[in-house]
Write a protein that binds this ligand. Structure first.
Ligand SMILES: Cc1ncc(COP(=O)(O)O)c(C=O)c1O
Length: 249
């Protein structure tokens, strides 16, 4: 590992230009570790270090990944995002995952896809109803309105702030086409009951997992039950890319 104190900054030319590209790259990545050691936050020790409830926690592997992607000088989605999309889809047992600019965009993409003419009779059309909750995140609901559909609001339970599943039948009408709700602050909603309700009534289910990456219901990942799972990678969430989200189908 390079030592930041001994690294010759001037003259750089002689040292650097005798190295090939890969050696220079490795040197830069080694320096990332030294940089994090100097900052004093190279490692997070679970159970020992303070981990804020809603903030990013980054270590040297994160800095190295950031720098490595910059060294490619490839500014749009590329090898890292493709790998991430594939791994996400695999984790949730899905066919495809598409990275988006945010969790809100992931919600909009997921819902709007369900209005596609390719779905023929099943497609969601303007004026159709979508069951959601009254106390939730705004961008779980906005895509319903943006697609000229009607949100039908149910209350949440005061135990876990998730949808009151006992009220689902009351919200059902001949116009109901989907249920779109979030797993509130990491607590999974009752996926068994909601999935059974959707199946029985031929409704789409969009699971907003922006706050619940990695949470499990009955041993299965949230996001692996619905027609779509959406994620947010904003720093307030479980894993972060700075900004970004994903729609997983
Ligand atoms: C449940 C839920 N859905 C959607 C979002 C939107 O995610 P983003 O901030 O990446 O747009 C959030 C953000 O906190 C959220 O908590």
């Amino acid at each position: 590992m390079a030592n930041i104190k001994n690294f010759a900054v001037t003259p750089v030319k002689k040292e650097i230009y005798t190295d090939n590209l890969e050696q220079i790259r490795n040197k830069i990545l080694d320096l990332c570790e030294d940089y994090m050691v100097e900052r004093g936050d190279q490692y997070i020790i679970p159970g020992q270090d303070f981990i804020p409830a809603s903030s990013k926690v980054l270590d040297s592997s994160d800095l190295k990944a950031l720098v490595e992607s910059s060294l490619d000088l490839w500014l749009t989605s590329g090898r890292f995002s493709e790998k991430f999309e594939k791994e996400l889809a695999k984790k949730f047992g899905s066919k495809k995952s598409i990275l988006t600019v945010s969790g809100s965009a992931a919600n909009l993409l997921a819902f709007s896809s369900l209005t596609s003419p390719m779905l023929k009779e099943r497609r969601i059309r303007p004026g159709d109803e979508v069951i959601t909750v009254a106390a939730g995140f705004p961008t779980t609901v906005f895509p319903i309105v943006q697609n000229n559909c009607i949100p039908v609001f149910l209350d949440v339970s005061l135990e876990d702030y998730n949808i009151k599943v006992e009220d689902l039948e009351k919200a059902l009408s001949p116009k109901t086409k989907a249920v779109m709700i979030a797993h509130t602050v990491g607590n999974p909603f009752n996926l068994e009951k909601v999935s059974a309700f959707c199946k029985k009534n031929n409704l789409f289910l969009v699971e907003d997992c922006c706050d619940a990456f990695g949470a499990k219901f009955d041993g299965n990942h949230v996001g692996s039950y619905g027609d779509f799972a959406t994620m947010s990678f904003y720093p307030a969430h479980h894993i972060t890319a700075g900004e970004g989200g994903s729609s997983i189908h």
